[in-house]
Design a protein around this ligand. Sequence first.
Ligand code: ZN
Ligand code: ZN
Length: 366
Amino acid sequence: MKITAAVVDELHGSFGLRDVLLDEPRPGEVLVRVAATGICHTDSITRHGDLPFPLPGVLGHEGAGVVEALGPGVDHVQVGDHVVLGWPWCGACRNCLDGQPRYCLRLTDLLVGGRRPDGSTALRDLDGTPLSSHFFGQSSFATRAVVPARGLVPVAPDLPLDLLGPLACGLSTGAGAVLNVLRPHAGSALVVYGAGSVGLAAIMAARNTGATRVIAVDRHASRLSLASRFGATDTIEATGTDPVAAVHEICGGPADFSLECTGVVAVCRQAADSVGMRGVCALVGGAPAGATIELDHLSTLWGKRIIGILGGEGRSIPLITTLIELHRQGRFPFDELVTHFPFERIEEAFAAAHSGAVLKPVLRMS
Ligand SMILES: [Zn+2]
Ligand SMILES: [Zn+2]
């Protein structure tokens, strides 16, 4: 089938829209007409080589759309269902069987291998040249995608598909870290480093917990005012101040929880230093390949936990369903983070995200 996709031909290359050929869905897969797809920092760092996705290929991993055809053996969705394209997982490894599909042991291949598990790709140029597909199990910078059915999250047909895609990645990463993992207890203090879409999703989620102090740290005053609007009780402008000292001053000592969303190595250290004995520091920001972080050995030994969290942990269906319901109740207003662009303006959407002008660009396909 002929579709239109944004193809990256080489490292650091631009997104060129062109017609390409998409396979039929194979066993366990479905064909989805992509209605819209979010743009995420991970697409950008992959284009620049920080994730080893083979090029040429098609990126995009925050898609939502409508099921158009089923491959053999698919029974939990039907043609016509509205779906969010969720996290890929193998379903058979130790972690998948243990209910932790975000930590699937085949994850690297499923996210960035550019091929199905059988080694085939679902995309070709019109002249037959193979293109990498299945980026994060989807390659959603395209008008249609062939995706593993196991990752799909069915949603009600009256919901706006052009809002929902980012729930599968950036927004789950921030909100899931708070709701699934940190679970701040009554009266606790949480500090969030980086008030982009991931950090703001974490702050919105924290408002639904018993945390009484939610502190946002960022370099941009405009982001901090958004953080206040979405539930931060305190804000720290990072430029020209020592944010760790500021956290200690606000809390009268260390915070109970910190969440690092920037991927900047120096900020990871600040997040670790912001919590004390029995505190938990969670790292979710995407650092450049090969980055290392240093910790203070002595203070880290004193019952402090430093953890990495992928994708907000847990299963996609309960988390995304919960975030949609909280949104409906006005308790998770993530739609305020989204700015729409037509698919053809994908480069402009990336530039707007990079400059900070836009928090969460979403491309509309039609
Ligand atoms: Zn992402
Ligand atoms: Zn697995």
